[in-house]
Design a protein around this ligand. Structure first.
Ligand code: GLN
Length: 514
């Protein structure tokens, strides 16, 4: 499809995905590419504009990531951010050196409102700085359009060549008017029309799927999570009866979750999904009996899942297409876009299942960020409750029960978690906390209840705030709320006599326990 796009060239900055997200929030499609992408590939994409990200290196050092001068001579607008700004100056003949004063944090920047970047921005505006180097002297032909006391060249422009460079990070929310600045680049400098809208995306994708699938058969593993639900509904709208969705209940879902998923997607729901629910709880518990090592548990759950799915697929017969809920961050993090180190090889991207014979994979969400998947979900009429569902690990409660998984322990953690979620919602905090759940520690300790000695489990409560799930801080929940949750859990859930609150961030802990 020939939609207008901006490309982000990634120099290893920690905010690369954020830059692309912000651009898309301004309704312009945007993709991330490594700085190693050659100029011909970039030209062939015919972008409306190019944004260079920040990065950890110093551009004047030997071997630092760079780009050839040609990039700035294509006539395509370029905006450099931080490292990208320094690099632009360095390549075009300016001087970048170690700054006498390093800037970090929120800093007031004075901008020149006559620049297209700053037309609607306040003259003094708070921006997020994070740099050790600075632009000592701008390249010839550039005009300084922003400064701070410690940073005489906080932004420059060369209007004729459509080149812009800024030292701070407009993509992070700490830069109060950063979104305006990025929008100004996209609209005022690049002249974008802003055609990236979810309703159009949904409609076009459905149309494209219909053409691709023809009268073929499609199979989808539905987990009830946001991504697979949105993908499945899109397919259902596109090819209706040719789709079969298999939902494997592995007995490690949250309380009542299997039934809730069935209610929405099953035969009495609103969608034409050919929904098959497989109740495989016992199979999973049997396989997990006696296993305590976290990775071994994960592996067993993953393998058993595939086996169950495979058995169902065989019953359907020949399948032409397999649907996967891959989303854009999975693609980027698998090292296929951008420059960030391979963080995890995502199951959706790297290893394709080899157990079903099919022609092709369909990944309708491959270009979308999570918030865009949610918007698409709402557009498709999927209930808000499901669209805003918290992330839930594939192995489910299997990794929230430390030690051996048993049916009894699953019940304990389900009940405790349900109480926790209920109280957080009642306190009106369910939308403001990033992720929260109860886990069952493998610790038993002594308690006293009704004058009797108990020797029972401890439940751990976790709540974190995070923007990207790569790092997180523990949430400071009100004591009163914690007290209420604790007392309800101990009173209502058998075999729990102690409730602990996890106050560790990520790093050093992870969000999940195993
Ligand atoms: N490494 C460069 C500096 O220290 C750029 C930093 C950045 O892009 N955040 O100035």
């Amino acid at each position: 499809m020939n939609r207008e796009k901006i490309i982000v060239i990634d120099f290893g900055g920690q905010y690369n995905q954020l830059v692309a997200r912000r651009v898309r929030e301004s309704h312009v499609y945007c993709e991330i590419y490594s700085y190693k992408t050659d100029i011909e590939t970039i030209k062939a994409m015919n972008p409306k504009g190019i944004i260079l990200t920040g990065g950890p290196n110093s551009c004047y050092e030997e071997g630092a990531p760079t780009y050839s001068r040609e990039l700035f001579e294509l006539g395509i607008p370029v905006l450099g951010l931080c490292y990208g700004a320094q690099l632009m100056m360095h390549v075009l003949g300016g001087v970048v050196t170690k700054a006498p004063v390093r800037e970090y944090g929120k800093i007031e920047v004075t901008v020149d409102k006559s620049s297209k970047l700053f037309g609607n921005v306040s003259e003094k505006t708070i921006c997020w700085m994070s740099h050790n180097d600075y632009i000592e002297k701008a390249a010839d032909g550039f005009r300084i359009i922003a400064h701070t006391p410690a940073c005489p060249v906080a932004a420059v422009e060369c209007v004729e060549k459509k080149l812009y460079a800024i030292q701070y990070h407009p993509e992070v929310l700490h830069t109060q008017e950063g979104f305006k600045m990025l929008s100004n680049f996209v609209y005022e400098v690049c002249g974008c029309a802003g055609d990236w809208k979810m309703d159009a995306f949904v409609e076009n994708t459905i149309q494209a799927i219909r053409e691709k699938v023809g009268d073929g058969k499609v199979l989808c593993a539905l987990s009830g999570g946001v991504d697979s639900s949105v993908a499945a509904v899109m397919l259902a709208k596109a090819v209706g009866g040719q789709l079969t969705c298999v939902f494997v209940d592995h007995g490690l879902l949250r309380k009542n979750e299997g039934d809730e998923v069935e209610e929405i997607f099953g035969p009495n729901g609103n969608y034409d999904l050919n929904f098959i629910r497989v109740n495989a709880q016992e199979r999973f518990y049997e396989k997990l009996a006696g296993v305590t090592e976290p990775e071994a548990k994960r592996k067993i759950i993953g393998e058993e899942f595939i086996r169950v799915f495979e058995e169902e697929a065989k019953k359907i017969g020949k399948v032409d297409f397999l649907v996967q809920g891959t989303i854009y961050p999975d693609v980027v993090e698998s090292g296929l876009g951008g420059e960030s180190a391979v963080i995890k090889s995502h199951h959706n991207v790297g290893g394709l299942p080899d157990f079903v014979d099919f022609k092709e994979i369909i990944e309708p969400l491959r270009d979308l960020f999570k918030d865009e998947v949610r918007k698409a979900g709402l557009e498709l009429g999927i209930p808000e409750k499901l669209v805003y569902r918290q992330p839930f690990p594939g192995p489910g409660l299997g990794v929230r029960i430390m030690g051996e998984v048993t049916a009894e322990k699953v019940k304990i953690v389900q009940d405790a978690d349900a109480i926790y979620r209920e109280e957080i919602a009642a306190a009106g905090l369910d939308k403001s906390i990033g992720q929260y759940f109860a886990a069952l520690t493998n610790m038993q300790s002594v308690g006293v209840m009704g004058d009797e000695r108990t020797y029972d489990y401890a439940i751990a409560l976790r709540a974190v705030n995070t923007i990207d799930f790569m790092t997180a801080e523990f949430a400071e929940l009100p004591w009163e709320l914690l007290g209420k949750v604790s007392s309800r859990i101990v009173n209502e859930v058998k075999h729990v006599n102690r409730v602990l609150y996890d106050c560790t961030g990520k790093p050093p802990a992870t969000i999940e326990f195993e």
